[in-house]
Design a protein around this ligand. Structure first.
Ligand SMILES: *[C@@H]1O[C@H](CO)[C@@H](O)[C@H](O)[C@H]1NC(C)=O
Ligand SMILES: *[C@@H]1O[C@H](CO)[C@@H](O)[C@H](O)[C@H]1NC(C)=O
Ligand SMILES: *[C@@H]1O[C@H](CO)[C@@H](O)[C@H](O)[C@H]1NC(C)=O
Ligand SMILES: *[C@@H]1O[C@H](CO)[C@@H](O)[C@H](O)[C@H]1NC(C)=O
Ligand SMILES: *[C@@H]1O[C@H](CO)[C@@H](O)[C@H](O)[C@H]1NC(C)=O
Ligand SMILES: *[C@@H]1O[C@H](CO)[C@@H](O)[C@H](O)[C@H]1NC(C)=O
Ligand SMILES: *[C@@H]1O[C@H](CO)[C@@H](O)[C@H](O)[C@H]1NC(C)=O
Ligand SMILES: *[C@@H]1O[C@H](CO)[C@@H](O)[C@H](O)[C@H]1NC(C)=O
Length: 853
């Protein structure tokens, strides 16, 4: 028997040559027995049987040959140890790797396909691969150890997913230094919409890297500058369906010196991920980096909606606008409950004043509930988030080059931490009330001048008190009067205004949609508008009116448009707004700017007008050089045009629109220098009331407002006539009413004109630009008419019908009475000395205020 078996041994030894020590490859029918090893070509890695720590069990593994460590970087039979030294590794003729103990298969690669001339080779990268002989393309490996990592990531190894095969490559810790079987901790990529890596403790998240932001993981420091290695996060897309992701993985490689030994592994005793570098001198692995680094890195250590700042004591802080869910536990340093909004956001109550507060340098929240679009920009992202009431935050998905892409977060924001520096911005949704303090970020700040000054109430403080009083009273009384649409930046108003604005927004969606359908005016898609204006870029901006900025845009078909983006937090409800837009759309006259359509999407309200190439009248008449383009005949033509447009608004349109803010900058000129009035109906659309009489809202511009309107809030078509009179004087004089005319120190233009009129010297008013071209009788007639228009008492002023008759005929005109001198130069009114700077500046001040009295 013994001889027989010895013979068999000899024969088999001769037929199947045993492996030469230090060969790198294993061919069919060769085997590696316990005690033998494969060594990679340059001698970096070695494969063989080993026993970890105090264990006596045998495992097949790969380790660095030159490192004196009993720790294998890869283990084949983690879960199936061999209890003696009888294990052998073989490669079958079909190319299947098998680990056997005697005749039983302990482990098999389960490779089903037949290989041609299979060989197994231990590469110098540490990858143990099965391939066809002569075939070295990694894509064709039929099996490779890099696809089944243990607890260690080697340079060049991929951590992540191959979505074509569903293969997940992740690290799993050892159970203990003596037991390489899978422990509790694992590190892998979770395929959320915006994926990120998690270190899991069992099924609990223990640490996350944060998503890849183009430069690095949001939660790791900026390691692009490290001298040793380079890392990348790769997402490859399907060649045909570019949106189908094929592979997503992280990997690192050595840059300077590929003979450096660097590994990343999970340390099962310390429960961390550590990057270690072999020190030749000290003959040991030195720790280069560990994560989690500190307390703040531990997953959700501060609970929901809180920010962890490691430098703070205590480290956890609620996000702005949030408060601890359980103040008692919070104050005793138990933060697990996290923070909540004082008042939950509710979808029924979409708040038109919701804002986003920008946080800088954050590790962005857990991405489990996210939505991603890599092709849209931040502004569209903001809109997307705004329009979905469950969206809590948004950010660029890629921060490179100023940022691109869009991620939205839904639900609680979990595991945020603050870094002292960093380019990662996150925008968190705040109800309007919570964001007041953030108003300095305000993207819509509109200069508001408080109209109470006109009423003689001195000082801003008293105004605020007054506003509070008024608003409170109005809350107590009828809840829903017309609170101004524009933002008045005094905080008390802001708060109360908000409350008051809500009910209008309860209007049902169907209701609004029905209204929109009824409308025969084109409804523009927001994306069309953003595309046309290059996303409301500052280069496209051509002006800023009382109701918001105006942009020039170009539609896909080449048509140029003017886009008026109404201030986003305007209080105007959608239904009312749509009603008014319908009315405005019906106003069609050659001296009115044509409304082409509009766009309404949640908070965005946009009016689209025809574009006027020559801009506004004020850019001509108040400019000494451009003023020469408008000679007298042209100016006279313009005066007539404005008068006709205004007449149409007042009478012919059936709607009796009172403009309320007629001024040079609201008169636009087309390519033939025909005047067209713009912004008509805006006061109505925004103020809500258009009945003659008292308004609780003053809309207008200094220098053009009739005294009874500015002081008492009384408006009528005669207050428009007053503005027209001022405009007429300005067109003739080339000076703004508010500016000093001809160096006169005490009078505004109207006062100056009146003085000259009484001195019978009005020709002095004429702008030097038109001195040569003017027809004296026409100019005199215009001055006469303008003085009739600016008379103090509305009943004395002519109607627009009369104005046109007077301008066009040569009949005798009645003598004007003293004009309403308002506004005088403000320095004349002692008690207004608090705001002289605004008043003496040359810029036009638009007044939009709660109350004129
Ligand atoms: C391993 O160490 C030996 C002797 O110390 C040395 O000759 C050899 O070059 C080293 N191999 C590698 C790959 O570092
Ligand atoms: C080793 O394992 C085999 C199979 O698992 C078992 O049958 C055998 O008894 C074990 N031997 C020892 C010494 O534990
Ligand atoms: C393996 O085979 C040898 C000889 O046939 C036998 O002595 C040994 O017990 C076997 N080991 C196991 C684990 O079955
Ligand atoms: C991992 O989870 C277990 C069980 O949930 C827990 O006992 C242990 O403390 C956790 N480890 C760490 C490092 O948090
Ligand atoms: C690369 O690293 C090895 C081992 O640390 C060292 O011996 C060698 O000098 C280094 N080579 C270079 C070019 O830095
Ligand atoms: C884990 O950490 C401990 C303590 O720092 C260390 O002694 C041990 O060698 C580490 N294990 C590994 C695999 O790095
Ligand atoms: C908001 O987003 C969530 C998550 O993507 C989605 O389920 C929900 O339908 C959206 N709601 C609206 C109103 O778009
Ligand atoms: C991060 O590294 C990149 C590349 O070197 C550099 O441009 C950027 O300024 C760094 N950012 C910070 C916050 O250090």
């Amino acid at each position: 028997m013994e001889i027989f078996s010895f013979l068999i041994f000899i024969v088999s030894y001769m037929l199947v040559p045993s492996l030469k020590i230090s060969a790198a490859t294993l061919s069919v029918s060769q085997y590696v027995t316990d005690g033998e090893t494969l060594v990679s070509n340059s001698g970096v890695f070695e494969l063989g049987f080993f026993s970890p720590g105090k264990s006596t069990k045998r495992y097949l593994g790969i380790w660095y040959k030159n490192i004196t460590s009993d720790r294998a970087v890869w283990v084949l039979n983690r879960e199936n140890p061999i209890n003696d030294s009888s294990g052998i590794l073989t490669l079958s003729t079909t190319g299947n790797l098998e680990l056997r103990q005697n005749d039983s298969v302990v482990w098999s690669a389960n490779y089903k396909e037949e290989a041609q001339n299979p060989v197994a080779e231990l590469l110098d990268t540490g990858n143990f691969v099965v391939r066809n002989e002569g075939d070295t393309d990694p894509e064709t490996y039929s099996w490779q150890s890099f696809d089944y990592p243990s607890d260690t990531l080697l340079p060049g190894m991929k951590l992540g997913w191959d979505l074509r095969t569903g293969l997940e490559r992740k690290l799993t810790s050892w159970k203990s230094p003596d037991d390489p079987s899978a422990g509790d901790f694992s590190w892998g990529l979770m395929l959320h919409n915006y994926p990120e890596f998690y270190l899991m403790n069992g099924t609990h998240k223990y640490y996350r890297t944060g998503p890849w932001n183009g430069l690095h993981f949001s939660g790791s420091s900026n390691r692009t500058l490290n001298p040793l290695y380079e890392f990348k996060y790769v997402t490859t897309n399907d060649l045909i369906y570019a949106s189908n992701k094929v592979e997503m993985f992280y990997s690192f490689s050595l840059i300077k010196n590929s003979s450096i030994v660097m590994i990343v592994n999970i340390n099962e005793t310390m429960s961390d991920i550590r990057t270690q570098v072999w020190s030749e001198v000290r003959q040991k692995l030195l720790i280069y980096e560990t994560t989690p680094r500190d307390y703040c890195d531990v997953y959700a250590v501060c609970g929901a909606n809180a920010n962890c700042r490691i430098t703070d004591a205590p480290a956890c802080n609620c996000l702005e606008g949030f408060k601890p869910k359980s103040p008692q536990e919070w104050s005793s340093m138990d933060w697990s409950q996290g923070c909540v909004r004082p008042k939950p956001l509710s979808c029924e109550e979409i708040d038109y004043m919701d804002h986003f507060v920008k946080y800088v340098g954050l590790k962005v929240p857990d991405t489990t509930y996210t939505w991603l679009d890599e092709n849209i920009n931040l502004e569209e992202c903001r809109l997307k988030c705004f329009n979905n009431c469950s969206c809590m935050a948004f950010a660029n998905s890629d921060i490179r080059g100023g940022g691109s892409g869009c991620v939205l977060w839904f639900g609680d924001l979990i595991d945020i931490r603050q870094y002292p520096t960093g380019e990662q911005d996150l925008y968190i949704r705040m109800p309007a009330k919570e964001s007041i303090n953030q108003e300095e970020h305000g993207h819509n700040s509109v200069k508001i001048i408080i109209a109470t000054t006109i009423a003689g109430i001195s000082g801003i403080l008293s105004f605020c008190i007054f506003v509070i009083y008024r608003v409170r009273r109005s809350i107590a009384g009828k809840l829903f009067t017309h609170i101004p649409a524009t933002k008045v930046m005094t905080v008390p108003f802001y708060i109360y205004g908000l409350e008051n604005l809500r009910p209008d927004n309860f209007k049902t969606k169907e209701n609004i949609e029905r209204q929109l359908k009824d409308l025969d005016l084109p409804l523009f898609d927001l994306l069309t508008i953003t595309a046309a204006t290059y996303n409301f870029s500052s280069n496209s901006k051509i002006g800023h009116g009382g109701f918001g900025p105006v942009y020039k845009g170009k539609l896909a078909d080449g048509q140029e448009i003017a886009v008026k983006r109404l201030s986003s937090s305007s209080g105007q409800g959608i239904t009312e707004f749509v009603t008014e837009v319908k009315l405005i759309a019906k106003l069609q006259h050659r001296n009115l700017v044509k409304l082409l359509g509009f766009c309404i999407k949640r908070q965005e309200k946009i009016l689209v007008y025809e574009y006027m190439v020559n801009g506004s009248l004020d850019s001509f008449i108040f400019d000494k050089i451009k003023g020469k383009f408008l000679d007298w005949p042209r100016r006279f033509h313009i005066i007539f045009g404005i008068a006709r447009g205004l007449l149409y608004l007042h009478q012919d349109s059936r709607l009796r629109i009172i403009h309320r803010d007629l001024k040079a900058s609201n008169v636009l000129l087309d390519e033939k220098l025909n005047p067209k009035i713009s912004d008509f109906g805006m006061a109505r659309a925004f103020g809500g009331d258009q009945t003659e009489g008292n308004t609780n809202r003053v809309v207008g511009t200094y220098g053009y407002m009739a005294p009874e309107y500015a002081v008492d809030g009384l408006f009528s078509i005669k207050s428009d006539v007053f503005s027209f009179g001022i405009l007429l004087l300005e067109i003739i004089c080339g000076n703004k009413n508010r500016a000093l005319c001809h160096g006169n120190q005490t009078l505004n233009l109207v006062g100056y004109a009146w003085t000259l009129w009484k001195e019978q010297n009005v020709l002095q008013l004429i702008d030097s630009s038109i001195k040569d071209s003017c027809v004296i009788p026409e100019v005199l007639r215009c001055i006469h008419v303008s003085l009739l228009c600016v008379q103090q008492y509305p009943e004395d002023r002519p109607s627009m019908t009369l104005v046109i008759q007077m301008l066009g005929s040569e009949t005798d005109l009645i003598e004007p009475k003293e004009p309403g001198f308002f506004p005088r130069r403000f320095s004349d009114e002692g008690n207004l000395s608090t705001i002289p700077n605004h008043m003496s500046s040359n810029e036009e001040l638009t007044i939009t205020s709660l109350n004129g009295r």
